[in-house]
Design a protein around this ligand. Structure first.
Ligand code: 5RP
Length: 212
């Protein structure tokens, strides 16, 4: 089992605030994500800034792309992204078109999806999935539990590298002990902390404690 990576999700509403946080935690985390909210607000300049600041880090464009996969992926790749997300409702042609233009795409699992679809993503050469508890589901009272772990395990058994995200705290990580999670993606667990750098270090230390 490998040690899960830590990804910061920058879901800030403006670039200046995102850059302020990234300067504090960029050296601690493994992957830097331009979040959906930030990309919608500020566009591809976010990716260009992150790439200029961290030439060696993996950078994700969380576009949650639903269509025009090739064009969106090409634009993200040219702006500096390594990975781009597509929503699970996107068609296989959209996913394949995106996958041609960027190093890797990640399927974001929201709402209704099936293992039959998941097999089709694998058959199309897409081997990364993001298991997500949406902000709105969490706000509506959803919590992480066995039902989620079962799905994450099954996707890993199918052959996916699975990232996990949605309201994660340092304490949540222990739930996943023994599971070969590819990456833990956290936004507010770091960016809303009083000391974001310490919060990122705490996440890393807990990952090492459990998987190291
Ligand atoms: C929302 C996202 C977020 O980037 C991701 O869920 C992490 O956010 P947080 O840790 O703040 O819940 O993709 O759509």
């Amino acid at each position: 089992m490998s040690i899960p990576k830590l990804q910061i999700a920058c879901d800030h509403s403006d670039l200046a605030s995102a850059l302020a946080d990234i300067k504090k935690v960029g050296d601690v985390v493994d992957i830097i994500e331009a979040g959906t909210i930030l990309l919608l607000q500020e566009g591809e300049q976010v990716l260009r800034c992150f790439r200029a600041m961290y030439p060696e880090k993996l950078i994700v464009a969380d576009t949650k792309c639903a269509d025009a996969g090739g064009t969106v992926a090409k634009n993200c790749q040219q702006a500096g992204a390594d990975y781009m997300t597509v929503i699970c409702a996107a068609t296989i042609p959209t996913m394949k078109a995106a996958a041609k233009e960027i190093a890797e795409i990640q399927v974001e699992l929201y709402g209704d999806w099936t293992y039959q679809q998941a097999q089709q993503w694998l058959d199309a050469g897409i081997s990364q999935a993001i298991y997500h508890q949406s902000r709105d589901a969490l706000l509506a009272g959803e919590i992480w539990g066995e039902k989620d772990l079962t799905k994450v395990r099954k996707l890993i058994d199918m052959g996916f590298r699975v990232s996990v995200t949605g309201g994660l705290s340092v304490e949540t990580l222990a739930l996943f002990a023994g599971i070969d999670v590819y990456t833990f993606i956290t936004g507010r667990g770091i960016t809303a902390a009083d000391d974001p750098q310490q919060a990122a270090v705490d996440f890393k230390q807990e990952i090492l404690r459990i998987w190291g």
